[in-house]
Design a protein around this ligand. Structure first.
Ligand code: CA
Length: 394
């Protein structure tokens, strides 16, 4: 790989092997699309690429809709531009720009694809019963979330209020007392599909452009009372945070690994010769203390399988669709992706580095999720943080 003219820090999430896209505003100017490189962002509305017109938009959607040939051509062109004549007037320090939600989210789906998380959840919430439901190893369980409340990293999260019930007492309304996080990996759809025509798992790369980190904020007390018998509703829909950069699948080729073996073998529509396990190492920081390191590579169901499942009934894809992996949890207690598991539903509080003790989130708490994956040429591919601070209920 040729040297870039952009000044590069010694350690960076954004080497030239990454090139994630986001939407940013230079001071006093409207949003446009940029690409992250080191500590900087290059304004793609100002430079010559095969998608220059699309990059003047305030979301990535017009570019995502162009499809894999254009995505690849632009990526090649960006390497040329970043290793050619300096384009200094169009380079901005990331610290000096405002980062926006990178996509206009069309539909939002959330899966439940970590065997460790699903098993822990079953043990915590339904002790004495089989922790995995009968369907779990036959299909990637999921639900439709609320696209309109997906927010970019840094957006404060207001503590939700809702209806809860303590066993033996009448239902009550008030601020959630069991506010939680879920560390997840999200997949962004670029190319739509026709209604009535399922998308094959093998067509994953023809439709999905890239990856973001997701924090699926969750109110456990609201969830426990409302999810009988249907799935998550108000316990999840108040806010979902995503990282500001969309990392292209092309940057993750060197992070691909075989996913865990699936037993029993899934039905034919869930099989693919293109394994898309990904060696993404996640880190969860709570008020400055790293409390867990979930390994995405251990997820049971992969992103191509999730895509095949969510379209197998003929549901169409739209540009800007976002589907999240489900909470990423590994087998160890310091690898879990939710506080529910970390503190065993608050029964085993943890002590943070500053001496504070916590079961669930308190007002003023900040959670930051970050992740890295191996990149080409021995580099590290980062995703940018997804952070949020809890504000009190109004
Ligand atoms: Ca979730």
């Amino acid at each position: 790989m040729r040297e870039t003219w952009v000044p590069m820090p010694e350690v960076t999430d954004f080497p030239i092997q990454n090139l994630p896209y986001g939407v940013f505003s230079p001071p006093g100017r409207p949003p446009r699309v940029g690409v992250a490189i080191g500590d900087h962002v290059l304004d793609l509305s100002e430079v010559d690429t095969p998608a220059r017109a699309e990059f003047a938009a305030a979301t990535l959607n017009p570019f995502l809709a162009r499809g894999p040939e254009v995505w690849a051509a632009v990526r090649d062109r960006l390497v040329d531009l970043l290793t050619g004549e300096p384009l200094t007037p169009y380079l901005h320090a990331q610290a000096e720009v405002e980062l926006h939600l990178p996509i206009e989210v069309a539909d939002y789906v959330d899966f439940y694809s970590s065997e460790h998380h699903a098993t822990n959840g079953g043990r915590i919430l339904r002790p004495g019963t089989e922790p995995l439901s009968a369907n779990w190893k036959h299909l990637p369980v999921g639900y439709h979330g609320r696209a309109g409340t997906v927010v970019v990293s840094g957006t404060p999260v207001v503590r939700p209020s809702g209806q809860t019930r303590t066993r033996g007492e009448p239902p009550a309304y008030g601020p959630s007392q069991r506010l939680d996080i879920e560390a997840e990996v999200g997949f962004v759809v670029g190319v739509p599909s026709a209604q009535g025509e399922p998308v094959s798992a093998d067509d994953f790369e023809a439709h999905v452009f890239g990856v973001v980190l997701v924090n699926d904020w969750s109110a456990r007390d609201i969830q426990a009372w409302e999810s009988q018998p249907l799935g998550p509703f108000l316990a999840k829909s108040f806010a979902t945070s995503v990282s500001p950069w969309v990392v292209p699948l092309a940057a993750l080729e060197h992070a691909r690994v075989d996913p865990p073996a699936q037993d029993p073998p899934p039905l034919a529509y869930l099989r693919t010769d293109q394994p898309w396990g990904l060696d993404i190492s996640i880190e969860i920081e709570w008020n400055g203390t790293v409390v867990s390191r979930p390994p995405y590579r251990q997820m049971y169901w992969t992103a191509p399988q999730q895509l095949a499942h969510l379209t197998v009934n003929g549901a169409s894809l739209r540009t800007g669709d976002l589907y999240a992996s489900g909470t990423v949890s590994g087998p160890e207690r310091d690898q879990v992706g939710s506080l529910l598991e970390l503190t065993w539903n608050g029964r085993e509080p943890i002590t943070l580095g500053n001496g504070e003790t916590r079961g669930f989130l308190e007002d003023g708490d900040t959670v930051t999720i970050r992740a890295t994956a191996p990149g080409k040429d021995g580099t590290t591919i980062g995703f940018g943080d997804v952070a949020g601070v809890i504000q009190p209920a109004p």
